[in-house]
Ligand binder design. Structure first.
Ligand code: CA
Length: 247
């Protein structure tokens, strides 16, 4: 149950687009602030890191790019969900966006319904992470390999060293943990973790699994916990196992 409206920050220099998004988010009952450049967004978030529940961030901004904005927010330790909007279509752009800590990437032009679904999903997820996990067999603390993950406090350590995961990374990790040992298809993961039914952004799952491997695998090229299952998807094993040799 939510008593106050979620606050969404739109960082977009195209006024008409920004106002169009604002209009529709207003209609959904969200509180919306629009700024036209990166420094204004950073000032706002730095003044009060908890003031904003979600950021919708354009990449091509005057002066400072959306990538830089996203990176600086994450470097400041702020894990507010960030949804990147961009006309850029290159896969490398999308990966770079996710690499600097964005949670979602939506390509312009986009369907309004898709944007609203992503917004709902990102806000729900953030809320969910604040709840104690009930009836989960792994408990609130997941231990595997050299890693320890507390889903209540978001504390993640590998070999005792503290790591910072984004809400999306934690959400994916948690879903894997809750389905330990099961083969999960990309579509299943897209649906459950990102709230996407479509076949769009299919590389998202692979990119995020690559990120989990970078964090947690001793050798990300030879994963022992986050396994690829050829033609099927991925499987998480808390107890390390060699990936099957090809052929
Ligand atoms: Ca722009």
């Amino acid at each position: 149950m939510e008593s106050s409206a979620k606050h969404i920050l739109i960082v977009e220099d195209e006024r008409h687009l920004a106002q169009g998004i604002r209009f529709n988010l207003d209609a959904e009952g969200y509180r919306v602030t629009v700024v036209g450049d990166g420094p204004s967004a950073l000032r706002l978030v730095r003044a009060d890191p908890t003031a904003v529940d979600l950021i919708i961030l354009d990449l091509m901004l005057p002066g400072m790019s959306g990538y830089a904005v996203c990176e600086q927010i994450r470097q400041a330790g702020n894990d507010v969900p960030i949804l990147i909007l961009s006309a850029r279509t290159l896969t490398e752009d999308r990966i770079r966006g996710l690499d600097v800590g964005a949670d979602q990437y939506l390509q312009k032009p986009f369907e309004l319904d898709e944007l609203l679904a992503m917004v709902r999903n990102l806000l729900t997820r953030r809320g969910r992470f604040k709840l104690p996990a009930a009836g989960k067999k792994v408990g609130d603390v997941l231990e595997f390999g050299r890693a320890r993950v507390n889903f209540d406090t978001f504390e993640v350590t590998v070999d005792g060293k503290r790591l910072r995961l984004t809400p999306m990374e934690l959400k994916l990790l948690r879903f894997f943990a809750e389905h330990e040992g099961s083969v999960l298809s990309r579509n299943q993961l897209l649906d459950a973790v990102w709230g996407l039914k479509s076949t769009v952004v299919t590389r998202t799952v692979d990119n995020f699994v690559m990120r989990l491997r970078k964090y947690f695998e001793a050798d990300p090229a030879r994963p022992r916990h986050f396994l690829s299952v050829r033609g099927a998807g991925y499987r998480f094993l808390a107890e390390a196992e060699e990936e099957e040799a090809p052929g």
